[in-house]
Design a protein around this ligand. Structure first.
Ligand SMILES: [Zn+2]
Ligand SMILES: [Zn+2]
Length: 368
């Protein structure tokens, strides 16, 4: 936390020159270095502090920021502690409110560092209306649906705005009162001077109002868990692992904020015959040796019906044929289908077949 006084840690004045800082650091680092203090936890801690102080003070830019913070004085920094206390107290009392609901708020222990970055200070937001979080889910669709595209449904468990209180969390008919912590503003300002930082009020979670009597349906959360069937439109030719974003199907927003999105990762199931690579489709087709040797016409399954493939005489096992335009259509252009021929060698021949095969071998002067 921010109370660390780097000047005090190094035992130097705030007017110390860079040379003084270096000198003080070298002296202390030597004294508390873990090598000179084996198994000494205190020395180790002290060494860490010294290093941290040196890192900030030896860097002119970091030192300038640190000095500014320091000048804002104990008053501002004390505000942080108050805030943390307040937060801890509220959290213990009211389970309904979770830290994540404050959204992107970060760890309070990091306040000092975020301060130091100055990134957070410029971001002043009204937290009372907050966009809902995105939800993530996965579905598996059949190979054919991925190719043709179409609609599918899935069941999703998610939070919905409570229909009884309309999301306010208050019992219908009961009134809300202005939050005493922030005076109804929904935000608290912590530090004066150059760094006026606003944070959402932890008591009312930035709404500016607090509930007197919680809603009986949602217990004051304003949202209830539901199961919902949602319709998903699968674009034709979708690739395995594609993520679809369904706008507004995520978690509901807070305080009237827009809902988040639902991100659906689409896993495409395997096909027993086709294999897909990009726009192209691959398959393996067995033929017998007579077809391979003498040539044949065979029927081949494609993703849109059957076609006839001419097998020329003397086709080797492993030969690939391309069926142009029989692949997957994506963005107006179609891929191809590749057919790999596998010649099946018969294992059990009849006596007559064996005799003919021997005859065949003799005729071709084939050794066996
Ligand atoms: Zn409710
Ligand atoms: Zn408040």
């Amino acid at each position: 936390m921010p109370q660390k006084d780097y000047y005090e840690i190094l035992g130097i004045s705030e007017k110390a020159s860079l040379e003084d800082i270096k000198k003080a650091y070298r002296r202390l680092a030597k004294k508390y270095h873990p090598d000179s203090n084996p198994n000494n936890k205190m020395a180790e801690e002290r060494f860490k502090e010294i290093s941290e102080a040196y890192e900030v003070l030896s860097n002119p830019e970091k030192r300038r920021k640190y000095d500014q913070l320091r000048q804002m004085g104990q008053k501002g920094l004390a505000g942080f502690e108050d805030f943390e206390d307040l937060f801890a107290r509220k959290k213990g009392k009211e389970q309904a409110f979770s830290f994540e609901d404050l959204g992107g708020f970060g760890d309070l222990g990091d306040l000092f560092s975020s301060f130091f970055d100055l990134g957070e200070t410029t971001r002043q937001r009204r937290w009372s209306t907050q966009r809902g979080a995105d939800l993530f889910t996965e579905i598996e669709i059949p190979f054919d649906l991925a190719i043709s595209g179409g609609k599918t449904t899935m069941e999703l468990k998610k939070e919905e705005i409570c229909p009884l209180c309309g999301g306010t969390g208050a019992k219908p008919g009961s009134s809300l009162s202005a939050c005493p912590e922030c005076g109804g503003r929904g935000i608290l300002s912590f530090v004066q001077g150059a760094f006026a930082v606003s944070r959402p009020c932890p008591r009312c979670m930035g709404r500016g109002k607090i509930i007197r009597i919680p809603c009986t349906r949602c217990g004051g959360k304003g949202q209830i868990p539901t199961r919902k069937r949602i319709l998903i439109t699968i674009p034709a030719g979708i690739n395995d692992g594609t993520q679809l974003r369904l706008r507004g199907q995520g978690r509901p927003g807070n305080g009237g904020g827009p809902p988040g999105d639902l991100i659906v990762k689409v896993n495409v199931g395997k096909h027993r015959f086709f294999e897909r690579r990009g726009k192209d489709v691959y398959c393996k087709v067995p033929i017998n040796i007579a077809q391979a040797i003498l040539g044949s016409k065979i029927k081949i399954r494609t993703i849109d019906g059957r076609v006839i493939l001419k097998i020329p005489p003397g086709t080797q096992s492993g030969t690939k044929f391309r069926l142009r335009g029989k692949g997957i259509k994506i963005d107006g252009s179609k891929g191809d289908q590749y057919v790999e021929i596998l010649v099946e060698i018969p294992k059990n021949l009849s006596e007559e077949q064996k005799r003919l095969m021997e005859q065949f071998a003799k005729e071709g002067d084939l050794r066996y």
